[in-house]
Design a protein around this ligand. Structure first.
Ligand SMILES: CC(C)(COP(=O)(O)OP(=O)(O)OC[C@H]1O[C@@H](n2cnc3c(N)ncnc32)[C@H](O)[C@@H]1OP(=O)(O)O)[C@@H](O)C(=O)NCCC(=O)NCCS
Length: 151
């Protein structure tokens, strides 16, 4: 299992994972756009040349926002999400000192993962995400990446 920067030719595999992993996947155009943006850092996790997950960060000055983290559902629950999160955080530019993200209040797996990797909750965005019955809140989390690097 290794992490490398995503390339445009990975798009098909990333789209497959996006559509399998998320209840409300991004449109194709959003994912494609991400792969073309120089201020976004997109990483894929590979095992024997097959992409098993990806992470996308937006980086501005000394802050990054984790826009997307997804693991192919066929291999979820085996520790790959944690490896992908850890390794991608540790290869962000040294100038990045803080990382932010939003996560659905109902996403117990992702919340557990982030909190156990030292993210802390700093707020709530009301009615941020669609759900079948209406909207649900997002929790806003922050990581002190400088401290995380020295663990
Ligand atoms: C979130 C995601 C990336 C995690 O990847 P994964 O490979 O399944 O995660 P891991 O196997 O590394 O497990 C991470 C932790 O979640 C825990 N976990 C698994 N299912 C859980 C559940 N239902 N409730 C709480 N914790 C759970 C695991 O036990 C593990 O914690 P531990 O190491 O303390 O035991 C993956 O589930 C995914 O792609 N989900 C869909 C997309 C998504 O929600 N992305 C996050 C958006 S913010």
């Amino acid at each position: 299992m290794n992490i490398r920067p995503a390339r445009l030719k990975d798009f098909g595999e990333l789209l497959f994972i996006e559509e399998q992993a998320h209840i409300y996947p991004w449109p194709e155009s959003t994912l494609h756009w991400c792969l073309e943006q120089p201020h976004l850092r997109c990483f894929v996790m590979e095992h024997e040349r097959t992409i098993t997950g990806f992470a996308i960060y937006e980086c501005v000055l000394d802050e990054a926002t984790l826009l997307n983290l997804a693991v192919n559902p066929e291999v979820q629950g085996k520790g790959l999400g944690r490896k992908l999160l850890r390794q991608s955080l540790l290869v962000l530019d040294a100038t990045i000192g803080k990382v932010f993200l939003e996560v659905r209040v109902s996403n117990a797996t992702a919340l557990h993962l982030y909190l156990s990797e030292d993210f802390v909750e700093i707020g709530t965005r009301r009615n941020y995400y669609p759900i079948a019955t209406g909207r649900e809140d997002a929790r806003v989390l922050e990581l002190n990446l400088d401290a995380y690097r020295t663990k």
